[in-house]
Design a protein around this ligand. Structure first.
Ligand code: SF4
Length: 113
């Protein structure tokens, strides 16, 4: 592995093993430190709610079914954090690609950790 490869972060490094992929094919990766509490995610997706104690968003699960995909993709796309790039990431666990918001346009995980 080159030094360059070592810098590339992949989604499977986050969140542990989780439920079987066939059951919940999508994973949420949340950059909570970049959330500033705008609440747009909770407006469009039932998975997201605003914490009364912190004022920031939190998902009620990190693994989602096909059924819950669309509203989570929308949450990822409307999130204005990180100058519009968003801090909610929806990853297809079968390919390990970020499907939303995918600001790089190539499926790479767009976290800034
Ligand atoms: S839309 Fe983004 S910045 Fe706003 S509360 Fe949700 S996660 Fe946080």
């Amino acid at each position: 592995m080159s030094d360059l490869d070592a810098d590339v972060q992949t989604a499977d490094e986050y969140g542990g093993e989780g439920p079987p992929v066939a059951e919940k094919p999508y994973k949420i990766i949340f950059e909570a430190n970049a959330c500033f509490g705008a609440g747009k995610c909770a407006e469009v997706s039932d998975t997201w709610e605003m914490s009364i104690t912190t004022g920031m968003a939190k998902p009620d699960t990190y693994y989602i079914t096909e059924e819950d995909l669309d509203h989570n993709v929308e949450a990822a796309e409307v999130c204005p954090a990180k100058k519009g790039d968003g801090c909610i990431h929806i990853v297809d666990r079968r390919t390990d690609e970020e499907i939303a918001p995918d600001p790089h346009g190539d499926g790479t995980l767009s976290v800034d950790w």
